[in-house]
Design a protein around this ligand. Structure first.
Ligand code: PLP
Length: 396
């Protein structure tokens, strides 16, 4: 009889967004007249930039002409796409070689695939609260997880633990908290990883939301990171590619462990398991980092950050403590009056007709907090925050 992966039975976090959707659907069914505003799901709403659409159409036209048609592309991505990402890194002072950049179909896929580089028996450090995929991927391969507590005291930016972890996941700007590591904070992690022979998997999906010039966009802004870190990034939040699908993973050639080179291993893996990202999509992605495309993408980011500003002001007006917002599309706020996060979720749905995400769904340290996203429509965001402010004000 076939042996299945029993680790599927150990998964839990699946439940979060399904449960949110169930409760919202039940509420809408019972109250068809109410206009419910969602600030729950982390998906973008602004359309693709004109420069991106133009590049996509031009590439589609090329595919329909014999002379310019393309079949299988390079597994690691076309040079033009790798060079566009390289130039983006250079724009904030990171010198990355084009062959250290791998173009893929989104960060989530690479986050799941990256475990191919590692053997069994690693101790994996994962912050709590966190983006649920890191935990689930490691549960599926049966890895031991060491949770790193994020809390009010450390601003949801855990420092290295006393124990030596082999693999470390960091996400900055963070989903769900919106907290961003400083250079000093990342330097501690880089030094820890180099001292212990660990590898850091750095999720930079929200780097383009960083406005404060003192904050690092990439772990490769930190000296020594090229010897201990892999960075995963995506066009999803930078340029509205959540449905278009394109991301990139950076593995420095200087990253070696036990005589093995991780860049060479990932190159080999791509040849075995991946036949490349669509030419049309890579053209669209490269256009994001053209001067015109990037200025259009930045307008959308400014739109979301303006929502975040409105959200922060509304919370401050009723003395609700929060983190995030200024350099990220997420605001992570404290539930007033000791109420738990699912209870507050129900209350905001019922009294304000607004959907948030209960912090408990992101890990045990998320209890007592809720996440709001700035990815919505500007007018809806204002309306939602007026309603939320009223409810929270009465509770606090
Ligand atoms: C949205 C998101 C990603 C991006 O995933 P894609 O597969 O590229 O769409 C990666 N990490 C985090 C933390 C995210 O929130």
């Amino acid at each position: 009889m076939v042996k299945l992966n029993n680790n599927f039975n150990n998964l839990v976090s699946n439940y979060l967004f399904a449960e949110v959707a169930n409760r919202v659907a039940a509420y809408k069914k019972a109250h068809p007249d109410k206009k419910v505003i969602s600030m729950g799901i982390g998906d973008v709403t602004q359309p693709l930039a004109p420069a991106v659409v133009q590049a996509m159409k031009a590439a589609a036209d090329e595919m329909g002409v014999k002379e310019t048609f393309r079949g299988y592309g390079p597994y690691e991505g076309y040079d033009f796409a790798r060079e566009a990402v390289q130039a983006h890194y250079a724009s904030f002072g990171c010198r990355i070689a084009a062959d250290e950049i791998f173009i893929g179909d989104g960060a989530k896929n690479d986050l799941g695939a990256i475990v191919d580089l590692f053997g069994p028996g690693n101790l994996v450090a994962i912050p709590d609260p966190v983006y649920p995929a890191y935990v689930d991927v490691n549960m599926l391969c049966g890895n031991e997880i060491l949770y790193l507590d994020g809390n009010r005291e450390n601003g949801f930016l855990p420092a290295p633990p006393d124990r030596a972890a082999d693999i470390i996941y960091l996400c900055s700007p963070n989903n769900p908290t919106g907290a961003v590591y400083s250079r000093e904070g990342l330097k501690e992690w880089v030094d820890y990883a180099n001292a212990n022979g660990s590898v850091i998997l750095f999720d930079a999906a929200y780097e383009s939301f960083i406005q404060d010039p003192a904050l690092p966009h990439s772990i490769f802004e930190i000296d020594g990171a090229e010897r201990c870190a892999i960075e995963l990034c995506s066009f999803s939040k930078t340029a509205g590619f959540t449905g278009t699908r394109c991301g990139y993973t950076v593995i420095p050639k200087a990253l070696e462990r036990g005589g093995m080179n991780l860049n060479a291993m990932w190159t080999r893996r791509a040849a075995i398991k991946y036949n490349g990202t669509s030419y049309i999509i890579q053209r669209a992605a490269a256009a994001v980092f053209s001067p015109e495309g990037f200025s259009q993408a930045k307008q959308n980011i400014a739109y979301y950050l303006n929502n975040a500003r409105v959200m922060g002001e509304a919370l401050r007006a009723v003395n609700i403590e929060y983190v995030g917002g200024g350099n990220s599309p997420y605001i992570w706020f404290r539930c007033p009056g000791g109420i738990d996060s699912w209870k507050l979720f129900d209350l905001l749905l019922d009294k304000a007709n607004v959907v948030c995400t209960p912090g408990a769904g992101f890990g045990k340290n998320g209890e007592g907090w809720c996440r709001l996203t700035a990815f919505g429509d500007a007018q809806d965001t204002r309306t939602a925050m007026q309603r939320i402010g009223q409810v929270l004000g009465e509770l606090g």
